[in-house]
Design a protein around this ligand. Structure first.
Ligand code: SF4
Length: 137
């Protein structure tokens, strides 16, 4: 059977698919200005320190069992899961699949945004230097 590799031969005219990093476009410092904030519709995993920055937990909470904090954050619909292998919390997305902090296509917690948001896409993300930029409609 002949093997094809369509994913590796995308042309610039083909649509960016956030699930497929091969289709992502090169990131530039102006990319975000005309983007529909697609990266803010992708899974967002954050550290304990990020939750502190976002005022979702306090350092005092460190004295409590982690399980009780996880349960509280889930009950408050702040996180969807916690991964013990990486010690990362997945932020719960809105019903329409966006980050809870995305308001009018802008980050409403920009100064306190999680590390993954600060480092994406140059140092964090599935394809460093590339992003799932899609134009604002
Ligand atoms: S915290 Fe801000 S930058 Fe990070 S995903 Fe949410 S809206 Fe986007």
């Amino acid at each position: 059977m002949k093997r094809t590799n369509k994913k590796l031969s995308l042309t610039p005219e083909q649509e960016v698919n956030k699930e497929n990093p091969i289709s992502w476009v090169k990131y530039t410092k102006n990319s975000c200005a005309t983007c529909a904030a697609t990266c803010c519709t992708m899974p967002i995993e954050v550290r304990w320190e990020d939750l502190v920055e976002l005022n979702l937990v306090s350092d005092d909470d460190l004295s409590l069992p982690l399980k009780s904090i996880i349960n509280r954050l889930k009950k408050e619909k702040v996180i969807s899961t916690y991964r013990s292998e990486t010690s990362l919390f997945a932020l719960k997305m809105t019903a329409d699949g966006k980050c809870r902090y995305l308001k009018n296509n802008k980050c409403s917690v920009y100064k306190n945004r999680p590390l993954v948001c600060r480092e994406f896409p140059l140092r964090m993300g599935w394809r460093h230097g590339y992003c799932p930029k899609t134009p604002i409609k």
